[in-house]
Design a protein around this ligand. Structure first.
Ligand code: GLA
Length: 394
């Protein structure tokens, strides 16, 4: 049984809402960390994330009416909505569950029942490890099963991605929901965000993925994110003006084409485009390096990715830069970069397995001394994507 303890969570449903546990379904979904491919997904580009061994679980039991009650063991509160009433525009955690439930219910072939739900998770919230995609996919997987809708994991990922965009109002790409749905243990997922084709590559057993949560979150992440999306779009419009090319997204621009046209672009747009164009190349090179087991190469590419996100894309911050620089000073570290949207959140590092503890202690002590903030540093096993943990009467 996984750390999310599905049997326990099924019991939470009966404790909270009465009745028996015979028809409770439990599903869970992981958080994620992206090894490389920062801000490429909404540019139709490439990413190389992994699902991590921190998960969110959702237990679901059908009701005889159209009410949905959701209890979160993390928050310690129950929220209620009706599938027959208009959406509540809820901006807290329950909004993700409601968005997913309404989206699936609205397009179900026949009317669906209400639900008693319990939620529990250990993906840090707001830390850039996709706790929201994890909750969305856990809920979507549980509801898909309870309502026997028969969607596959790719469809659920797409559905949750739409909910996230509508609900949060951030024009995010597909990466988070996709890897949270389709990750596999010990494998990184190389994803083409345009075609949604993917390949899974095994990770070297002697290397660990280590996450350092800076425990800072600067303001304006969402507006800065949408500003980057707009700047990339502007770059596409300018680069598409030449009749000789067919540019629909920055993904369609090669490094050579970019270099030829760079001087014609306004400075900020040029910097943003340069990051994305070169980052896509780095992700493809990193995927090839994974295939040949060249982890040192991946580490070097991660360092280059971070510097580009810092200098050209301007989505890093002092705390992230400090962690990356400190991490890079440790011999056993192969590479580090900020991961997620930026302006705080987490750094991902590849570290030799026998030195994870000393690496963590070096980074922790230096960061705490520099900032006065205790970071959370933890190695992640690369875990499974979303799935049903147990079905009724199993
Ligand atoms: C956030 C978004 C992702 C992706 C990353 C940056 O995590 O949710 O879609 O754009 O930022 O790579």
């Amino acid at each position: 049984m996984r750390s999310s303890e599905p049997a326990d969570l099924a019991e939470v449903v009966t404790e909270r809402f009465g009745g028996d546990g015979a028809d409770v379904t439990v599903a869970s979904a992981p958080g994620r960390v992206n090894l490389i491919g920062g801000h490429t997904d909404y540019n139709d580009g490439f990413v190389l994330p992994v699902a991590i061994d921190r998960r969110t679980a959702v237990a679901a039991r059908p009701r005889t009416d159209r009410t949905v009650q959701v209890f979160s063991t993390n928050v310690g509160e129950t929220r209620t909505f009706s599938l027959d009433s208009p959406a509540t525009e809820e901006s807290s955690w329950v909004g993700y569950v409601e968005g997913v439930a309404r989206s699936l219910a609205d397009e179900a072939p026949s009317p669906v029942s209400g639900l008693d739900l319990a939620v529990r998770g250990d993906v840090p919230m707001g830390g850039g490890l996709s706790s929201s995609a994890s909750l969305e996919l856990a809920a979507a997987t549980a509801l898909n099963e309870t309502w026997t809708l028969g969607h596959d994991r790719t469809e659920l990922a797409d559905r949750c991605w739409r909910v996230e965009r509508e609900f949060v109002g951030v024009e995010c790409g597909i990466m988070d929901q996709f890897v949270v749905a389709l990750g596999e243990p010990d494998r990184a997922l190389f994803l083409d965000c345009r075609t949604r084709e993917y390949e899974r590559y095994p990770l070297d057993e002697d290397v660990r993925v280590v996450v350092t949560n800076t425990n800072v979150e600067h303001e304006l992440v969402d507006s800065a994110y949408n500003e980057r999306v707009a700047q990339c779009r502007e770059g596409v419009e300018l680069l598409a003006e030449s009749p000789s090319n067919d540019v629909n997204a920055l993904r369609d621009v090669s490094v050579a084409e970019f270099e030829e046209r760079a001087e014609t672009l306004p400075e900020t747009v040029r910097d943003r485009c340069e990051h994305v164009v070169r980052e896509n190349e780095r992700v493809k090179t990193a995927a090839n390096a994974l295939e040949t087991g060249d982890m040192e190469r991946i580490g070097a590419l991660m360092g280059a990715s971070h510097r580009s996100l810092r200098d050209s894309y301007e989505v890093s911050c002092e705390e992230l830069d400090f962690v990356v620089e400190t991490a890079e000073s440790v011999d056993a570290e192969l590479g580090s970069r900020m991961t997620g949207a930026g302006f705080g959140g987490c750094v991902v590092s590849l570290v030799r397995a026998d030195s994870v503890e000393s690496f963590a202690e070096t980074v922790r002590a230096a960061y705490a001394a520099e900032t006065g903030i205790e970071p959370d540093i933890f190695p992640c096993a690369v875990g499974d994507g979303a799935g049903v943990e147990n079905r009724p009467s199993e």
